[in-house]
Design a protein around this ligand. Structure first.
Ligand code: NI
Length: 187
């Protein structure tokens, strides 16, 4: 159990394409190095209060993302996301609609920006035991998955923005944009 240091914008690792995980490295032994790293990644996400995290955000350029959201008063309108550990995830289908959401990111910790993305995705990946999984996600979950998988391709949410008048520091977001926005989340 360990909380890892978050790489912030400007750290070149956030701009690198992450390497696929060799599934052989996942052998189920909890003392296995990669399994321990996955536990640390989950701990770090919890400690930072994020709803998702990607391995490059803690300085490891491998294709691993985590997502989890358990409803609370802070984001009352969002659906829950079960703890999901996704290895080598690939988006194989996009929804035909779009969804605009004020996103935040642990690597851009004080910023919020309005990002428009496809409203649904299908993701093919492997779980932490190396078994293939397929996730059909829509709404908030689809946003979180796209945001995290972007990190594996060297992209951050501001790269997806089309209107920079909707980029704000958190305090200004609260003051000027909260009423018209859906709730932001650190992803
Ligand atoms: Ni992020």
């Amino acid at each position: 159990m360990a909380v890892l240091k978050i790489a912030r914008l400007g750290n070149p690792i956030l701009r690198r394409v992450a390497q696929p995980v060799d599934l052989e490295q996942l052998n189920g032994d909890p003392e296995n190095e990669l399994q321990k790293f996955i536990d640390d990644l989950i701990d770090t996400m919890h400690d930072e209060g994020g709803v998702g995290i990607a391995a490059p955000q803690v300085g490891r350029s491998q294709q691993i993302v985590i997502a989890e959201y358990v409803g609370n008063e802070r984001y009352p309108d969002q659906e829950n996301i079960p703890l999901s550990v996704l290895i080598n995830p690939v988006i194989t289908r996009y929804g035909t609609g779009t969804l605009s959401f004020w996103e935040g990111c642990l690597s851009l910790n004080d910023l919020r920006g309005l990002v428009t993305r496809p409203d649904a995705v299908t993701v093919e990946a492997f779980d932490r035991t190396g078994q293939p999984v397929t996730i059909e996600a829509s709404g908030f979950f689809a946003v979180v998955l796209q945001h995290e998988i972007d990190h594996l391709h060297g992209k951050v949410f501001i790269d997806r923005m089309t209107d920079f008048s909707r980029l704000a520091y958190y305090e200004e977001f609260q003051e000027y944009w909260l009423e018209e926005a859906s709730q932001p989340a650190e992803i």
